[in-house]
Design a protein around this ligand. Structure first.
Ligand code: SF4
Length: 353
């Protein structure tokens, strides 16, 4: 017996997933081989993309500037990504296989889109390991949402607040309709104003574009060197932990011209490195606050916590009534926003964006 899309969707949602969509394999015709689902599973006929919401309250403590652990522990790289999303994903794959169709649940944490310099294919004519399905593009192809100007995936239910995962299957399923480009992202640039300089303004004309069927989707060509510094603990403007650990330190992220890889290389030891305990620095960590965030978040360096691309974006979309999930107590951003200068000292609220 062949399961219907309705049965699979009902099962997936009953297990705790919030979002479900299907792409047929033809929608990936423009995907490079290294990012093509058929490079992983040559018989694939359908790509199922599922999602689970990030609770709005996950960012509350960071928005107030008072509490960092829960976004790392639950929402960024912690339990949502490693368990809350993956368990129902896996159960849905088991459900499909009960009907005799192969279902390949994908771990979407692999990010090497380019060939490593020394990599060789294991068989002639195929890409080298590891192939990486771009989960956000798969989400667009499955009609789950669109990629916003900020490059964050947006849905009508939650705006930017979800994590996605996918199942490849040889079961043929009816594809869901594609979301109309810019039916969720309003190109209002709230993300640009809330971010500290990694997202170019629409007027700069720097964008990435893809085409699926007859629809064209565009998003900003993000400066990932700066984005990584801001998000992963290299920017004193959004980390109250840096001045405590490195008094007198000053670092101007906007003056840096570095790649994403280089930025990670800079941030990683700041969050994971140890130093000898001394009277001046008794903790034994290079930056104690960053160490605990990556520890709670299972290795994720979630320090900056998406000031613009997530928090400003869903605040804007909620206010404009674009997001279906409503909150009875008003907007997410309720007070003047905090921001530090490049030495980590608080700026007065009126200087905040
Ligand atoms: S804030 Fe969100 S909706 Fe507005 S332009 Fe940015 S991504 Fe689009």
């Amino acid at each position: 017996m062949k399961p219907t899309k309705k049965q699979i969707k009902e099962f997936a949602l009953s297990r705790g997933l919030d979002l479900f969509g299907v792409a047929n394999i033809e929608r990936f015709e423009n995907a490079p081989k290294r990012m093509h689902p058929a490079s992983i599973f040559p018989e694939v006929r359908s790509v199922i993309v599922v999602g689970r919401r990030i609770v709005r309250g996950g960012w509350r403590g960071v928005e107030e500037g008072t509490y960092w652990p829960n976004y790392a522990y639950f929402d960024y790289s912690g339990l949502l990504n490693t368990y809350f999303l993956q368990l129902p994903l896996y159960e849905t794959a088991c459900y499909i296989e009960n009907f005799g169709y192969e279902a390949c649940p994908l771990y979407s944490g692999i990010t090497n889109e380019k060939d490593p310099p020394d990599a060789k294919p294991l068989r002639p004519g195929q890409p080298t390991p590891e192939v990486n399905l771009a989960i956000r593009i798969a989400g667009v192809a499955a009609g789950v949402g669109e990629i916003g100007w900020s490059k964050v995936f947006l849905t009508k239910k939650f705006g930017p607040r979800q994590r996605l995962a996918a199942i490849l299957t040889d079961l043929e399923l009816e594809p869901d309709p594609l979301v109309e480009p810019n039916s969720i992202c309003k190109l209002d640039m709230a993300c640009v104003r809330g971010c500290l300089g990694a997202i170019p303004h629409f007027k700069e004309g720097k964008y990435i574009e893809i085409k699926i069927e007859n629809k064209t989707y565009r998003w900003a060509d993000i400066d990932f060197g700066k984005c990584t510094l801001m998000y992963h603990g290299g920017d004193p403007r959004v980390s109250p932990f840096i001045p405590k650990a490195l008094p007198g330190y000053s670092f101007d992220v906007m003056a840096q011209k570095i790649s994403e890889e280089c930025a990670y290389k800079f941030c990683w030891p700041m969050s994971t490195g140890r130093w000898r305990k001394s009277a001046e620095f008794p903790s034994g960590y290079i930056i104690e606050g960053h160490y605990y965030i990556q520890f709670w978040g299972q290795g994720g360096l979630g320090i900056g916590c998406s000031r613009g691309c997530m928090r400003s974006c869903f605040n804007y979309l909620e206010k404009r009534g674009v997001i279906q999930q409503r909150f009875k107590t008003g907007s997410f951003i309720k007070r003047p926003r905090w921001l530090l200068d490049k030495t980590g000292q608080p700026l007065p609220p009126e200087e905040n964006s």
